[in-house]
Design a protein around this ligand. Sequence first.
Ligand SMILES: Cc1ncc(C[n+]2csc(CCOP(=O)(O)OP(=O)(O)O)c2C)c(N)n1
Ligand SMILES: [Mg+2]
Length: 295
Amino acid sequence: MSSSTDSTLTPSPTAQRISALHDAAYRIRRHALDMGEVQGQGYIGQALGVADILAVAYKDVLNYRPEEPDWAERDRFLLSIGHYAIALYAALAEAGILDVEELSTYGSDDSRLPMSGMASYTPGMEISGGSLGHGLGVAAGMALGLRHQGSRARVYNLLSDGELDEGSTWEAALACAHHGLDNVTALVDVNALQADGPTTGVLRTEPVTDKWEAFGWHAVRVDGNDIGALLTSFDAVRAHRGSPSVLVCDTRIGRGVPLLETREKAHFMRVEEHEWQLARDQLAENHRDRKESHA
Ligand SMILES: Cc1ncc(C[n+]2csc(CCOP(=O)(O)OP(=O)(O)O)c2C)c(N)n1
Ligand SMILES: [Mg+2]
């Protein structure tokens, strides 16, 4: 075998990085299924949908110390969508901030992992986010404070397409642009769904990217289930200076588990007892296929 053939067989650093992130995203999805099974229902589809974004954020982008969640120089990750807490708990376990064993307490009495995210309960949960539309305003205040302190820490806010219905989100968007907060990155999970049905029917928000740009943001639209594309997009927004950035991430609810990708009632899913193992099997198979197609 020639040396040139050898080198084509050795995965590039980027391919290795992507492969490790696929594994991380798989574990986040798997944790979410295991937690969902404790309650038999929940916001499982959203967790499966944003797992790739969370894997890239927590394994490649964010600066933090797992053993010191309140480290002053940490990047802040604000989850304004409290109902997505199941997804963040799974990511915090993957990040080493929570123990995997604790995940099984999800939603139980006296657990540190309530069904809706609460900052005072959970290490690594920066804000309580049940009332939608407030995350970006908090991000603006935090980012101003950090800049005032001369900190290099960045503020990320994961928000949903449903939160684009909230005037407070756009007020905060104006403020971030006005103050030139290039230490803010908004991550919008565009799963095209809200509690009452498809976003197009509830309140049309497209063209989303144009709206952010009109508000003075550096906006990048990306397939939120494509880890390679997410990596490139996160790199691009980190390098951007002078204005806040937004990654508009198109995701698929239930991603990675075909059985759940096609569920009618996707906002709050009921999964029958016999379906959990099937869901885990489908996830494992999907993960193998995904890795093979990127090998
Ligand atoms: C201010 C506010 N209004 C309404 C609600 C009720 N609510 C909870 S989740 C949700 C859906 C919001 O859309 P999105 O987050 O995109 O839903 P998903 O993609 O998770 O289905 C609504 C309206 C709330 N939590 N806060
Ligand atoms: Mg949505």
